[in-house]
Design a protein around this ligand. Structure first.
Ligand SMILES: [Zn+2]
Length: 274
């Protein structure tokens, strides 16, 4: 028996968010992954009421997404403080729209700093940000970005420090740096609260349609469908959005029951017939 999940699509931050929501709603998605970041998705450019009305009009759920490049892992303390300040301003916007789950991305310092230092800087930022989010009634999701420091051990040490922080698994990101996303699905099963789905060939973060890169989708979906009932965003960046709809069809097919194999078995000759 497969677990049920919800499928969504992100708004492009350089397009009008209300028009983006209209496309997502008209194409029958369950929710919108609202990317609030410059330029047209910037806090000072958007109308929270217009976004809220568009979501209600199409009866869409929502999850929020902060700019992926906020420097919460910077070695410079003032930049970390600024990142937290900016994130907080956006959380107020999400609150006004009615979004109560928001992603913040991992951010690592340059390579002359160790992974331990990178974890410390991010921990310090999250210690400042998470109580502010909690006061607004917002749960925070942490999305690893595909960096080599994002080992199972390092991520576990961060999540152990923050019991309320939820795990956002970006499948494409975990296919980089010689990693296998399936391993991270299994390791973070209990914290898994949101998924970004896209493909790549393992060399860079390409955000391709499902099945056009080198990710082994079948075992991954087989595992997910045994327990996952959360949200999956098709984070596929293509000007031809039919590829997004094709990816959704493929995901639904893999998520459903396996096709009956009776027809094929009829062509096999059993041992008794020899
Ligand atoms: Zn992502």
């Amino acid at each position: 028996m497969e677990a049920k999940m919800k499928i969504g699509y992100p708004t492009h931050p350089r397009r009008d968010p209300v028009e983006e929501i209209a496309w997502i709603g008209a194409n029958g998605f369950d929710f919108v992954d609202l990317f609030l970041e410059p330029d047209l998705g910037a806090a000072e450019r958007i109308s929270c009421q217009a976004i809220k009305d568009a979501l209600a009009c199409y009866k869409l759920g929502s999850v929020g997404h902060l700019a992926w490049y906020l420097p919460i892992g910077s070695p410079i303390p003032r930049l970390r403080e600024a990142a937290v300040e900016v994130a907080e301003a956006y959380l107020h916007k999400f609150k006004q729209i009615g979004v109560n789950r928001v992603t913040i991305h991992a951010n690592w310092p340059p390579s002359l700093f160790t992974d331990k230092e990178g974890l410390e800087y991010q921990t310090e930022s999250l210690e400042m940000l998470l109580p502010k989010a909690a006061r607004l009634g917002i749960s925070m999701l942490y999305e690893p970005v595909g960096h080599a420091h994002e080992t199972e051990e390092n991520l576990k040490s961060l999540f152990n420090r923050f019991p309320d922080l939820q795990f956002h698994l970006d499948i494409g990101h975990f296919n980089l740096n010689m990693r296998n996303p399936l391993r991270f699905v299994k390791a973070f099963k209990n914290r898994l609260a949101h998924i970004h789905l896209h493909d790549n060939d393992g060399t860079k973060d390409q955000h391709l349609p499902m099945g056009t890169g080198k990710i082994e989708w079948e075992p991954l979906i087989e595992e997910l469908k045994t327990f996952y009932t959360g949200t999956i965003t098709l984070e596929i960046f293509t000007p031809v959005r039919e590829y997004v709809l094709l990816s959704r069809d493929l995901l639904l097919r893999l998520w459903g029951p396996k096709p009956n194999s009776c027809a094929t078995s009829r062509h096999l000759v059993s041992k008794d017939e020899h």
